[in-house]
Every structure is written in C-alpha cells, then in structure tokens.
Write a protein that binds this ligand. Structure first.
Ligand code: ADP
Ligand code: ZN
Length: 443
C-alpha cells in the first residue's frame, strides 16, 4: 500500500487527516454511534456482559448519549481472569486470527483475542503514531519491543506495515546485536521501553559513540511509566526526540494513545476508544483535567470488546487544542497504576516521585531500585541508586555527604525517611523490556 502523508503542524504527519482532525463534536457523534454498536454487540454474545448489564437493569438501547455510558457496568482485571481463556470472546473461533497476552506485571497474565479486522485497526492506531513521530515510508524503524506474546513488538510492527516504513524486527535483548544493527542500517526511529532506551544509550556511551553519531531522529517509548526527567536523559543519550506511547493488552496493545512531536501528552485514538476518567473510589466519571483512573471502552474491536475497562492507570484528560492540529483529546503521562502506589507508614508514595528526584541529580545514573520491607511492624523503604564512576572514586566522607544530600531531597518531596543506598556503577540490573523498579517484601 503506498501511503500519502499530510504534514501536521508539529513536524510529523497525519496518516488519516480526515479522521485525526475531525472536529470534537463529530468525534463525539461517531463515538456515540460506535458505543451503541459495542453495547449491542456484547450484550447478546458475552454472558459476562449480559449478566452485568442485567444486574444493573440496563439494556444496550438505554445508551442515548455519551453520558449514558455511566449506566454501563465497568470491567476489571479479575473479571477477565474469571472468564479466562475464552469466555469474553464475542465472535466464533473461526473468526479469530491471533491471541496475545499481558506481561503479568500485577499477577496472572490474561489473554486477548483479535479478528483480522482487529489487527488492521491495531496497525492503523500504531501507524498513526509512527506518522505523528515524523517517520516516512522508506525510512527505517528499529523495533526493539519484545515480539511474541507481548503486544509491544507486533503492535509497532503492524503500524510500520500500515505506514509503509521499513521495520527491523529486533525484539528486546541482545544489546550487542541491537547496536550493530543501528550502526549498520542507520534507522531513524527506535521503538522500545524507556528503560531499555536508557540502557542502549549507556552502552553507546561506554563504546565512545556520541549521540551525534547515532542516526536516530525519534524514539517511541512506552509500556511503562517514565517521567519527563527520564525523557530528557533518553533524548540526550540517543540524540533523538523521545515520544510516549501508551496501551494495554486488554485494549489490543500499544497505540491506544500516542504523543505527537508537540510532546504535550498522548493523543487518544478516540475513533477506536472511548476514554473516561473515573474517581477510583466512587467510580463516578470526573470532569476533564481532574486526576483519576482512566477507563476505556473499545469502540470497534470485534473478538474481545470491553466496556469501561478499568486500567488502574492514573492520569488526566486534556481537551485543549494541540499545536500539531490533531483534534483527538490527549491523556497525560500516567503517574503509575493505582496498584503501584506504595503506602509507607500511611504516606502515599509513587515510584515516579522518587524517579523525578533521582534523575534530576547529575551524579546519579538513571537506574534505581526501590525496596520496601516491614521491620518490627514498621514499613521501611530503601532506594538503591547507582552513582557514576567519578563520585564512586571519592572519599568515604564525600560519599556519605552525597548520600545524605540525596536522602534529604527525597525527604523534601515524599515527607518520609528513605534509606538511600549508593551502589557501584553498573550494579543495578538493566531491563530489556519493562523495568521492575519496586521490590515490595511486605507482600
Ligand atoms: P501488564 O498489565 O501485565 O503489565 P500490559 O503489557 O498490557 O500488561 O501493560 C499495560 C500497562 O502498562 C498499562 O496499564 C500501564 O500501566 C502500563 N503502561 C503502558 N504504556 C505506558 C506509558 N506510556 N506510560 C505509563 N505506563 C504505561
Ligand atoms: Zn498533538
């Protein structure tokens, strides 16, 4: 397929300008029509939804406006686990083309199924993202997201096919080979988790290859939370503009929302997904701009449509127009999942708060580990930080002063005492996919 791209106003392109710049009013009309279809599709075909609609006394015909979505039941990960592996399917097996699985970050993995059309929709969403990032047909993408059950690799791959760019299906790991490919084939774009991007940057630095010798122009990094401080490190290390991409297996994978070159939040593919921000306690929808749990309804998926799926990811929805000219609403960087929130002696702590502090201290490498334990009935939190060669060579007294400084900076933000442990250069495990930042020994 030869793809004609239209430039957007931020330096990237529209893959489908007629959809991506649709006035919000028309987006909402389209969403309402598709929401009605989605409700009408699941009710007769998925016993779980028939039961949960009936329990609330709601029928698909009750959806007359987008606000009526609040009448519908929500869906949670435990619901998917209970109906694993086949009971959420809304089409006969003959129509299913493939399945993928979650990474199991928070427990037993769950699967998701796709029809042929679902796979096309997926490629459309990630293809828009690659175009948004300024990648053009004929240019090379090094796709270093894991291929296999994980949705990252295939998700970006289908996008590259849709856009018509050249894909190197690297998958995760084998860093030597990744670097080799990058030096030989000179890709303009790299897709991988932000933690792996940092690792690649570190290996380049160790080999004396500067950011200006790396061919990358843009990176598409997501699948795990990362701060803007981390973004700056990735950009400096790889000499690229780093963009965020969000998705979850339950929604089909990456490409639910993607950042444009204006770097002001991720555009939600609103023709495919209806997003709501819910109060995590009352489950009431919150107004735009307020922080809450983002829930999605799939508007087009056929094999395994989901209604109001509670992601547990905390973020806000931004509806102000974006500099790129896209009309799709944006979501802010999720600060983490509500289940990532650590409660330390009653104080709520998000790993992202710790990351912001650490990454802003130049002597520290952007690799860290948070260890939580309970000692004599009291929660204790340790943060392992890796220091650079220069500081590690200093005297004990200097190191101690440095450690106290980091500790007091963390105290300033978190208001709890954190034990900072300085670790030798390269001693903290590098991630090839999603980084495991927190070890909670209390569980
Ligand atoms: P698992 O739930 O087992 O990790 P997934 O691989 O489907 O399975 O992961 C989806 C989750 O990854 C999202 O719900 C979210 O918590 C996280 N995630 C994905 N993309 C981003 C991103 N760009 N920023 C922050 N978190 C993200
Ligand atoms: Zn934009």
């Amino acid at each position: 397929m030869s793809t004609q791209l239209t430039p957007d106003k931020a330096g990237g392109s529209f893959l489908q300008p007629e959809i991506e710049t649709l006035p919000q009013e028309q987006i909402r009309e389209l969403q309402l029509a598709r929401l009605k279809e989605a409700a009408a599709r699941v009710y007769p075909k998925v016993p779980f939804y028939r039961k949960s609609f009936d329990e609330l006394g709601v029928k698909p015909e009750d959806i007359q406006s987008l606000e009526d979505v609040a009448k519908l039941p929500t869906t949670t990960k435990p619901d998917l686990r209970e109906n694993y592996p086949f009971d959420m399917f809304a089409v006969p097996f003959e129509q299913i083309e493939r399945v993928q699985s979650t990474s199991g970050t928070t427990g037993a993995p769950t699967t998701v199924a796709y029809t042929h059309e679902d796979v096309q929709f997926w490629g459309e969403c990630t293809g828009r993202g690659l175009a948004m990032a300024g990648v053009k047909p004929g240019e090379i993408l090094q796709n270093s997201y894991g291929y296999g059950l994980f949705t990252g690799g295939p998700g970006l791959d289908y996008g590259a096919v849709r856009l018509g760019c050249i894909v190197i299906p690297m998958s995760g790991g084998n860093t030597d080979r990744q670097i080799r490919m990058m030096m030989d084939l000179k890709p303009v774009a790299l897709s991988c988790t932000p933690s792996y991007a940092l690792h690649l940057a570190e290996v380049f630095r160790d080999r004396g290859i500067g950011p200006d010798e790396i061919s990358l122009r843009v990176g598409i990094h997501g699948a795990e939370p990362w701060t803007n401080e981390m973004r700056a490190q990735v950009e400096a290390g790889l000499g690229e503009t780093a963009l965020d991409i969000y998705g979850l297996t339950e929604m089909g994978g990456p490409g639910v929302s993607i950042e444009c070159l204006a770097q002001g939040g991720m555009h939600i593919n609103e023709d495919h997904y209806y997003a709501e921000i819910l109060d995590p306690v009352t489950l009431q929808p919150l107004p735009d701009g307020e922080l809450g749990e983002i829930a999605f309804t799939t508007l087009r998926r056929q094999a395994q449509p989901l209604i109001r799926y509670r992601t547990r990811d905390l973020c806000t929805i931004i509806r102000e127009p974006c500099a790129c000219g896209r009309t799709f609403a944006r979501m802010s960087k999720p600060i983490g999942r509500s289940d990532d929130m650590l409660i330390i002696r009653g104080v709520n702590v998000f790993p992202s708060q710790i990351e912001e502090v650490l990454v802003s201290i130049p002597q520290i490498e952007p690799h860290y580990q948070i260890v939580v334990d309970r000692v004599n009935y009291l929660d204790v939190i340790e943060v392992w930080v890796e220091v650079g060669e220069a500081i590690f060579a200093e005297t004990m007294g200097d190191l101690e002063r440095f450690q106290k400084m980091v500790q007091s900076k963390l105290y300033g933000v978190l208001n709890i005492k954190v034990d900072v442990k300085l670790k030798e250069p390269k001693s903290i495990r590098r991630s090839e996919g999603k980084a495991v930042r927190v070890i909670d020994k209390r569980k």
